[in-house]
Design a protein around this ligand. Structure first.
Ligand SMILES: NC(=O)c1ccc[n+]([C@@H]2O[C@H](COP(=O)([O-])OP(=O)(O)OC[C@H]3O[C@@H](n4cnc5c(N)ncnc54)[C@H](O)[C@@H]3O)[C@@H](O)[C@H]2O)c1
Ligand SMILES: O=C(O)CC[C@H](C(=O)O)[C@@H](O)C(=O)O
Length: 355
């Protein structure tokens, strides 16, 4: 008997947390939810609070109920939060807190050419960003004189080794999936060990030691400033870029600019037991509330979430539908178009249904 997937006894159910957050998070997460709902998978959604507005309402940016509810979910889709650029007593970025709390130690950010204005051709790279330490331990202090501020930057061999393994494993997997036909897999280790030989030196040394276990994957190293330069000059030469937390943060926004912008680029925060997918962009206060946010990055984040949950086929369907909509020129203003968030979302759902 040929069972429809919906009738199959082994059909898996997923409980997915949605955390819209602030600003355009409240526009692009509902858009991605509609796309997920149109797939015919067995998904239930739980909407959870976090962010600046939550902080103003409840005195915490990441309520205990949100953390407790996440325990009962298979994975989460996060929108974006508005973190203030000045110190606010009691506020801490919920996405940074979630990464550490859930030990989501790998931040995976695929950057791929798109059929949109401003995208470089033939870019297909993956930024593998360490996601738990570096300056993100957030241990800052103002000295007694009030004139000097100090931040602690932590790099450990353990975290460097586990993120390096992720990078080399992904390089292998990308090769197997022929992400870059005819080219050998390669990991570029980013650091600033010429100036920071202890912290970045440890990251570099650990990554190069892990490389020895992957003789089939080429390894090279690149100092972060020249990495920024070469990334923009010749993005096509890169495959997997392995970076400590802050360098990975900065390089991923720069890389997004090479393929059509922040409206298109997604990421998955992955640990051994949980995944939180999110767009690379923030809450975009400059366009929030206007209905013109590009939903593609968050829709792609939903695809990364499904892939991480073990539904690569559904993830591939979403990616192909997004590709078709972009190729058809259905673009929000960030891409030079006039489409609104809802139009792009409906076009993606239509493309899914006709596939
Ligand atoms: N993971 C997160 O929650 C996250 C990530 C980055 C920034 N932030 C926060 O977001 C806030 C705003 O930061 P920012 O302005 O520096 O960066 P941003 O990423 O929010 O915006 C940068 C620029 O890109 C544009 N943009 C971003 N996403 C877009 C989309 N989907 N469609 C169309 N245009 C888009 C914005 O309009 C803006 O011009 C800050 O408070 C910051 O702390 C949060
Ligand atoms: O603004 C925040 O609360 C977090 C921003 C966040 C980061 O990792 O620094 C963002 O830049 C990102 O790349 O996810």
């Amino acid at each position: 008997m040929n069972l429809q997937k919906e009738d199959a006894p082994d059909r898996r159910r997923y409980r997915i947390a949605l955390i819209p957050g602030d600003g355009i998070g409240g526009e692009v997460v509902p858009a991605a939810r509609q796309v997920l709902e149109s797939l015919g998978l067995d998904l239930t959604f739980v909407e959870l609070a976090a962010g600046w507005e939550t902080f103003q309402r409840e005195g915490t940016a990441l309520p205990a109920e949100t953390l407790a509810a996440l325990e009962r979910c298979h994975g989460a889709l996060f929108g974006a939060v508005s973190s203030p650029s000045h110190r606010v007593e009691g506020y801490t970025s919920p996405i940074i807190a979630l990464r550490r709390h859930l030990d989501l130690y790998a931040n995976l950010r695929p950057v791929v050419s798109a059929p949109v204005p401003g995208s470089q051709p033939d870019v297909d790279l993956l930024i593998v960003r360490e996601n738990t330490e570096c300056l993100y331990v957030k241990q800052e202090q103002l000295e007694d004189d009030g004139e000097t501020a100090v931040a602690r930057r932590v790099i450990t061999r353990r975290a460097s080794a586990r993120i390096a393994r992720v990078a080399f494993e992904r390089a292998r997997a990308r090769q197997a999936a022929s992400a870059r036909p005819g080219r050998s897999p390669r990991v570029t280790v980013v650091h600033k060990a010429n100036v920071l030989p202890l912290t970045d030196g440890l990251f570099r040394e650990t990554a190069l030691a892990v490389a020895a276990d992957y003789p089939d994957v080429a390894v090279e190293e690149q100092i972060v400033d020249s990495m920024a330069y070469r990334l923009i000059r010749e993005p096509q030469r890169y495959d997997v870029i392995l970076a400590p937390n802050l360098y990975g943060d900065i390089l991923s926004d720069a890389a997004a600019a090479l393929v059509g912008g922040l409206g298109l680029v997604a990421s998955a925060n992955v640990g051994d037991r949980f995944v939180v997918a999110e767009p690379v962009h923030g809450s975009a206060p400059d366009i929030a509330g206007q209905g013109i946010a590009n939903p593609v990055a968050t829709v792609r984040a939903a695809a990364l979430l499904l892939a991480a949950l073990g539904e690569p086929e559904a993830a591939g369907r979403i990616e192909r539908a997004v590709g078709r909509v972009l190729a058809d020129g259905i673009w929000t203003p960030d891409l030079g178009g006039t489409a609104r968030t809802g139009q792009v979302t409906r076009a993606i759902i239509q493309a899914l249904q006709s596939s």
